[in-house]
Design a protein around this ligand. Structure first.
Ligand code: PLP
Length: 376
């Protein structure tokens, strides 16, 4: 018989779903959603208002609208990300300019970002904003990038969809930009079975965001509409699910970080395999997913794909890293600044099982499967 499948990241937790439904009361919809927003504020340790939405993608779209990004505006965007960071730019007809990653964090390279900005400026193009991702939970280089954004009056959008609980110099991911995004999609570290947060710069922008997220209904007793709105507000049951799970965030992070430590130990003597780790004490990752690079020129020819297929044969799920945006057919025609760092990450990178619910038996199976590949 095939052993049970070890997955990359678990989905909904049954116990919490039951807890949330137990708390269901149709008279308290607004209060429950606002209670969820307040708890998120306290977790991120900020006073800025937080808007609960039905997805991280909706939060990114709203952040662009609130930041005043318009059709034809240029926005610097990390190439190494999930497509949802970039798509909202196309929703509004803005122009993404993709930037390569640095080897350190795997996120946007601050030097290339500056080069792109200056080069575009030389061509008479004034960039409006920067879209940053913290992939797999690893923060981007906030220190360099925020200083540059401030000096040049660029809006900073912190897509921390994957990085709830991560921080840079103790400043929480999600609060690193003018706007911050967190996702509670099915596979994220906390899931509300679909949901997202938009961290707003001020109360006024929160109100405006809420207006746009609820069909832009004007303050009239009847349905009056003067501009385009969206159906982006978080649902009641999703908020309850979030409230049931937030208390477990720290323990989830502890488990995910322990999985990362497990992989560091497992691969430390295997030449040509490196684990994504924090390079300095400034960075603190929730290690939502643990990821490795497999360099076949140093492993004696064993590639990422060899390892992935060997794990699959043992019913262990693993997955290549995000395919960079500038390599996507959808985004081919947009400008790209950089070399081959994120292309190499894509060719050599593999996400490994990282769930908070993995057992010692699961870890033994993963270890045995990995050693079989590298010791044969
Ligand atoms: C998951 C994710 C999103 C989108 O969040 P949803 O809640 O799924 O819409 C955006 N950006 C990144 C980097 C993500 O990983």
């Amino acid at each position: 018989m095939k052993p049970a499948r070890i997955v990359l990241s678990p989905m909904i937790y049954e116990e919490e779903l039951k807890l949330s439904l137990g708390a269901f009361n149709s008279n308290t919809i607004a209060e429950d959603i606002s209670r969820f927003e307040q708890q998120c504020q306290s977790i991120l340790n900020i006073n800025r208002p937080i808007l609960a939405l039905n997805s991280g993608t909706a939060a990114i779209h709203l952040s662009l609208l609130l930041a005043g990004i318009k059709k034809g505006d240029h926005v610097l965007c990390q190439s190494m990300t999930f497509v949802a960071s970039a798509n909202p730019l196309l929703y509004i007809g803005a122009i993404p300019v993709f930037i390569d990653s640095e080897k350190n964090s795997w996120n946007m390279d601050p030097q290339l970002m500056e080069e792109a900005y200056q080069d575009l400026k030389g061509k008479g193009i004034h960039v409006k904003a920067i879209m940053l991702t913290s992939i797999y939970g690893m923060p981007f280089d906030y220190e360099s990038i925020s200083a540059f954004a401030k000096a040049n009056q660029l809006k900073l959008i912190d897509d921390s969809a994957e990085a709830l609980g991560s921080s840079f110099q103790n400043k929480a991911n999600g609060t690193l930009g003018d706007y911050g995004i967190i996702s509670f999609n099915n596979n994220k570290i906390i899931t509300t079975s679909g949901g997202g947060l938009l961290v707003c710069p001020c109360q006024e922008q929160y109100e405006r965001g809420l207006f746009l997220a609820t069909q832009a209904k004007e303050k009239q007793p009847y349905y009056q509409h003067e501009e385009i709105g969206y159906n982006y507000r978080m649902g009641h049951i999703n908020a309850l699910l979030g409230l049931a799970q937030l208390p477990y965030l720290l323990s989830r992070i502890r488990s995910r970080r322990a999985m990362n430590a497990f992989y560091q130990e497992l691969f430390k003597d295997i030449a040509g395999v490196t684990v994504q780790v924090e390079k300095t004490a400034d960075y603190y990752s929730n290690h939502w997913l643990s990821a490795i690079l497999v360099d076949p020129s140093k492993t004696g020819g064993i590639s990422r794909e060899d390892l992935r297929l060997a794990l699959e044969a043992e019913n262990i799920e693993s997955r290549p890293l995000w395919k960079p945006m500038h390599l996507q057919p959808l985004y081919e025609k947009y400008p790209y600044y950089g070399g081959t760092v994120c292309e190499e990450l894509f060719e050599q990178g593999l996400c490994l099982p990282s769930g908070s619910n993995l057992t010692d038996t699961d870890r033994s199976r993963i270890k045995a499967a990995v050693l079989k590949v590298f010791n044969s």
